[in-house]
Design a protein around this ligand. Structure first.
Ligand SMILES: Nc1ncnc2c1ncn2[C@@H]1O[C@H](COP(=O)(O)OP(=O)(O)O)[C@@H](O)[C@H]1O
Ligand SMILES: [Mg+2]
Length: 301
């Protein structure tokens, strides 16, 4: 039986601040659900926290990006035999690497924008795109950090340099103009689709985390066939990657109503106003119940 939950936060990824925010919301919920909690902050070497980890019955990872989301922490917890929320090592690693996720998705017939991946910054700088605009982003990491919308060849090198700061693997992806959708999966269940209407061209860092910088419509106003389609694709990707517990898949819906899969987030944001809690709320699941559901689902793996 779970009595004490350790909430693991901090870390050195570009998303550290969000991780800390998620931690506060998760801790409060866990306390209200009757669990004893301990906040465990990673600063530097994660091995230093091992004594704190072994004291708890369950770890709720509240880390986004970097080692918290890419399987490294999941491996540490596996080796200590401590249960934790969300996906295991394999799905976490695959989900973090956008190009591999897309490769797998495409091999199962799921539509994802064409892309190229460069491991070497100088090679990528030599690339001449056939058409513009294109998107340049680090293949790993998230929160739209290091992502650029490139309108012409002259701006390409700068975009590559920015992406390279966050990940050695640079992705150049076809730009899809359309509506932004995201789908929550918990267990084998899909939840109401959210349409995000950012104030900027992209759902960038500011639009993601600053109040009033995006509008959210949930459930998204879509024909029911299309809702089902996007939800089914999301669940397929979840299973193809062997995700567990919960995750969130991002899409762009083009002008002809074709959904284009962008990525899956294996540790999506968990502040009270984050997307997964919004989607759960639209299905009448309040935040505390959502946290309990995630814990229950995660104990099944
Ligand atoms: N190929 C694309 N076409 C159109 N918009 C894109 C594309 N790639 C990314 N975006 C925009 O950038 C945001 C972040 O991209 P995403 O691939 O989801 O990475 P992350 O959320 O991990 O930073 C998306 O939510 C979308 O607004
Ligand atoms: Mg995204």
């Amino acid at each position: 039986m779970i009595k004490k939950i350790g909430i693991l936060t901090g870390g050195d990824s570009a998303e550290r601040e969000i991780s800390l925010k998620s931690c506060e919301a998760i801790k409060k919920a866990c306390n209200e659900l009757g669990y004893a909690t301990k906040r465990i902050i990673i600063d530097g070497n994660a091995q230093k926290i091992t004594p704190e980890l072994v004291e708890v019955d369950f770890v709720f990872i509240s880390l986004h990006g970097g080692n918290g989301e890419n399987g490294v922490i999941q491996g540490l917890l596996d080796s200590l035999n401590i249960p934790y929320n969300g996906s295991g090592v394999l799905a976490s690693s695959l989900g973090m690497e956008k190009s591999l996720t897309k490769q797998l998705a495409r091999s199962f017939g799921i539509q994802t924008p064409d892309w190229k991946i460069f491991e070497d910054i100088n090679e990528s700088k030599k690339y001449i795109a056939n058409e513009f605009p294109i998107v340049v982003k680090p293949s790993a990491d998230g929160s739209t950090i290091g992502l650029s919308f490139v309108r012409n060849q002259a701006d390409f090198a700068e975009a590559v340099e920015l992406a390279d700061k966050y990940d050695g693997n640079i992705m150049v992806e076809n730009y899809i103009e359309g509506r932004e959708l995201t789908v929550t999966i918990i267990g084998q269940q899909v939840y109401p689709v959210i349409e995000i209407i950012p104030k900027h061209k992209f759902y960038d860092y500011e639009c993601k985390y600053e109040k009033g910088m995006s509008d959210y419509i949930c459930p998204a106003e879509l024909p029911s066939m299309l809702t089902n389609k996007v939800q089914n694709i999301s669940l397929d990707i979840f299973n193809i990657l062997q995700c567990s517990g919960y995750a969130r898949a991002d899409f762009i819906l083009d002008k002809k109503n074709n959904p284009w899969f962008l990525e899956i987030n294996t540790l999506p944001g968990m502040t009270a106003t984050s997307l997964v809690p919004k989607s759960a709320m639209a299905a009448d699941i309040p935040f505390n119940d959502l946290i309990q559901m995630i814990i229950n689902e995660s104990m099944k793996k």
